[in-house]
Design a protein around this ligand. Structure first.
Ligand code: SF4
Length: 241
């Protein structure tokens, strides 16, 4: 069950907060949200770290709340070499980050013929496994409502899966505020950003793109263009007892 105060946050008008709050207020709000949720869920609060810039902010904020907060990374055989290297460095710095992947055989170039199925097998399945294995009651993500067309409809606190709360503590942040936080706090980031990428994923499905939609470089040339891998849209508790 959500606490009263967190439940109130779930009803907050996200679009107004994006405009109304300044950078410092957003940082404080994010810290308060994580603190409040950590008080509620303790060790069952776990950060999902995608190794992108937004996750790097959320992971840093969570560590400020408590160094004990755990996290998980879902990786695939198709992650770029730079992301794999950054993952190794992050796990070495933070052994409380666990890595999940699905190594089952899949058809050749499934990412081109059926990217939804590819993401389901390689991303959603190991995310479900992480949630189950780590006994997660509240997972914390780096979702932001200004990232692109598929991300405008989320709340800071959600319970789309009954029994699994999702906290999106930087939902109201602009892209520039993410970079402001990372720079001000000297947070290590995935080196792919220095090459011009703005949103990171598996190498066959990620291109450098310009324009208002930060996620426009994802799944270019498919019906999934600028879309979602499924971890934020599909149930994660399906396979739990
Ligand atoms: S992002 Fe592409 S390669 Fe990665 S799991 Fe999804 S479809 Fe497959």
């Amino acid at each position: 069950m959500l606490t009263q105060s967190i439940a109130e946050v779930a009803n907050a008008d996200v679009k107004s907060l994006v405009e109304m709050l300044n950078f410092a207020q957003k940082v404080q709000r994010s810290l308060d949200l994580i603190t409040q949720a950590y008080e509620e869920y303790g060790d069952r609060l776990v950060v999902a770290n995608s190794l992108g810039k937004d996750s790097s902010v959320v992971w840093h904020l969570a560590k400020r709340v408590s160094p004990k907060i755990r996290g998980f990374i879902v990786t695939t055989r198709f992650k770029p070499v730079e992301t794999k290297q950054f993952m190794a460095e992050e796990v070495a710095r933070h052994p409380e980050l666990r890595v999940f992947s699905n190594e089952e055989e899949i058809p050749d170039k499934l990412y081109a013929t059926d990217p939804d199925r590819c993401c389901d097998i390689l991303k959603v399945t190991p995310t479900r496994e992480a949630v189950r294995e780590m006994n997660v009651a509240c997972w914390v993500t780096g979702l932001r409502c200004t990232e692109g067309r598929t991300r405008t409809d989320f709340k800071e606190v959600e319970e789309r899966d009954k029994g699994l709360v999702k906290l999106n503590p930087i939902l109201t942040w602009y892209e520039r505020e993410v970079w402001q936080y990372l720079a001000l706090n000297s947070v290590p980031v995935n080196p792919l950003y220095s090459k011009g990428y703005r949103s990171l994923g598996c190498w066959p499905c990620t291109k450098i793109a310009q324009g208002a939609d930060e996620r426009a470089g994802r799944w270019i040339g498919t019906s999934k263009c600028g879309g979602e891998c499924g971890i934020h849209t599909k149930p994660l508790l399906d396979h739990q007892p």
